[in-house]
Design a protein around this ligand. Sequence first.
Ligand SMILES: C[S@@+](CC[C@H](N)C(=O)[O-])C[C@H]1O[C@@H](n2cnc3c(N)ncnc32)[C@H](O)[C@@H]1O
Length: 275
Amino acid sequence: MTSHPFTQATARELYRTEERLAARTSALHRAKTHGRPVADVIADLALEYLPACPPDVVADIGCGRGTTTRVLAERLRPRCLLAIDASAAMLAATQVRLAGHHASFLQADFHALPMRDAVCAVVVAAFCLYHAPDPRRVTTEISRVITPGGIAIMATKSIDSYSELDRIVAGAGLDTDAAARESLYGSAHSGNLPDLLPPGLGMAHLEHEEHRFTFRDPDHLAAYLATTPKYRFPSGLTGDPVPLAAALRAHWGDKPFCATSTVTYLVARREGAIG
Ligand SMILES: C[S@@+](CC[C@H](N)C(=O)[O-])C[C@H]1O[C@@H](n2cnc3c(N)ncnc32)[C@H](O)[C@@H]1O
């Protein structure tokens, strides 16, 4: 069990509204210089490993704003698509993004999925398992709801993702302990993801891809840093990109900042006779 800002009860606060995640995703997308679109990779893997297509029931757990969910709807065309998240605001955003697609939206904790046993042909868990204080409980739940022969596709990040930013933040005197603080991805990361699989869920595919980012100047980097709960900035700077950018610029000048993250994809198949 791990405990830090991404797994504590206060993590719920991060997803109380859509704005923080939208700002974070937008800053990262604008900075990205290398790495395939994650939702497309997940859909490609689903199509490659699915026992039958179109699948009957597909669930996207921790669906966030529904960016992956929509690609699953468009590319897999399941009979039934379940978007599941703990946050009502995220589900509302997903519902807007999925307009015109047939889907159900369920507010639930992924430690106790609101489905019967063995109903899903595919369960996707993208960039959400690192919010679980006990991710093995979540993967056990995922296994429970998958049909025999069905698959889980999990995506997460390396434990050292964006660690270059720790040095930039510390160097500017904004949080001198930044590099010593626990990674936000410590609960479920590239290194431990295979170990989180419960008995009965066998790994079929494991793949790592380096994603590279260049934040073009202090304003761009501050837009991302303001959404990151890892840092303990001086009072007045937390969550506010304007003074953060000014503080970064005062130390580093007007320059670009680079960072990397490894994205890991794991496909696991539920063992047992296909009914
Ligand atoms: C980074 S977002 C996920 C992004 C999304 N899967 C995608 O591919 O774009 C993480 C999501 O996990 C959800 N989450 C965190 N803890 C959860 C829990 N215990 N049960 C269900 N959802 C949870 C958050 O509300 C948030 O929407």
